[in-house]
Design a protein around this ligand. Sequence first.
Ligand code: NAD
Length: 480
Amino acid sequence: MIPARFTNKLDNVFTTQGSAIFFVLQRCGYIEKSNVFAAATAPHDYLRNIKAMDKKAFNPFEMAQTQFDHVAEILGLEQGTRDLLRNPLREYHFSIPVRMDDGTVQIFKGFRVQHNDARGPSKGGIRFHPHETIDTVRALSMWMTWKCAVVDIPLGGGKGGVICDPHSLSMREQELICRGWVRQLARDIGPLRDVPAPDVMTNGQHMLWMLDEYEAIHGAKFPGFITGKPVGMGGSLGRTEATGYGVIYTVREALKELNLKPENTTASVQGFGNVAQYAIELYHKMGGKVICVCCWDQHDQVSYTYRKMSGVDLTELQWITDKFGGIDKERAKGLGYEILSGDAWIEQDVDILFPAAIENQVTGETVKKISKQVKLLAEGANGPTTPDADKVLDERGIFLIPDFLANAGGVTCSYFEQVQCNINYYWDKEEVLSKLDHKMTSAFHDVSVLAKKRKLSMRNAAYVISVNRVASACRDRGWV
Ligand code: NAD
């Protein structure tokens, strides 16, 4: 168990910058070895369950099953459907032998879990991590099923991984792992069965090696086999913007429901990475004003809020930001920004809050600091809000756009990549983004209409829609 005095520090631990603290905690025995990967990959859920689960080891798959059971109850799902959906349809466990650079042979353990493909081929990333566990992969594959379903893309949920540490592997050894992973699964994955993508510690290069192996085995070109490829090698334009823009498409619709014009609103943003920067860009284009952003300072090992009451200038901030989304404090001061504490972003008198950094930020404690002026909270990050804070937001009537709806623009654009590859015709950026807008807007309205009709929170309504869509597909196919 992690003592309470450490849990605040853990808020920063699940970033590259904070990983050192995380491993110190692990070495000191505060996180059991078997839980390290679970904590690092589903940290919000991990932290949320530390208290609840007391001394019982946290298992992300049990957590995902508990969430599912709750929605199954709301939906009154029949037992057979519950039994089917609370477990993956298929799992592959295999060994990948690799001749290492020193001439020895090392065996790596690989997984692929296909949680459910009733609505279409499974979709989900492949993670390379030394503490990969099958239960984490199972949980993540289940969450992918719900995410694809809420935006109504014809894909199911999958996830995969290899227990390995890329930091200690040469490029050649990593290539052999990628090719070995595909060799073990070549008949069970593919554009019509299961479409992988990059995830923790894998990137476009790994995807290209996997694609090449798959095509060599099947003797033809199948660019739609895998997504996350570089533009020009089968990747999609618009993928970089997709998650941040997707958040703002849903915010635009929420503001209409709240009878607010974007140009009359102000916002405060936590995070200044990929999601936050593109969300700010589009929100500014719509006329909104962001008065502050908050990010992690690698040098000081704390977060700071950078405020300019007249509105932040996105381009000037980007000039002084590193590739990890960290702003240069001294140069920001020089540009006239006030440097405030890391918590200050949540206390601002603004209309909209965007937690777009990491998990576990809007908690039972920090939620009390939210200004009376705030009307909308859009979760760009995964899991930024704890259930006790959720309750308070609900009581205060703050409109919430839940994470797996708000940030689904990323997987939606990956689906577009797959479609473009399958038809071997690539759309221009405007076409990709207008299709993305359409998908995100319809998904938002489906959730919002249901929330009102059934008097559910936006989060519960999103879950109900996803689970219901997947359950119906299973029923329609005659599986249950
Ligand atoms: P990123 O690494 O590009 O940026 C993260 C930002 O958060 C950086 O500005 C960093 O300084 C800041 N940050 C880190 N720790 C912080 C702390 N303790 N306090 C304040 N700021 C902190 O990441 P990203 O791709 O923008 O992803 C952000 C979130 O969105 C993550 O939760 C991610 O899982 C989620 N998400 C991303 C995508 C995507 O396509 N990039 C898709 C779905 C969900």
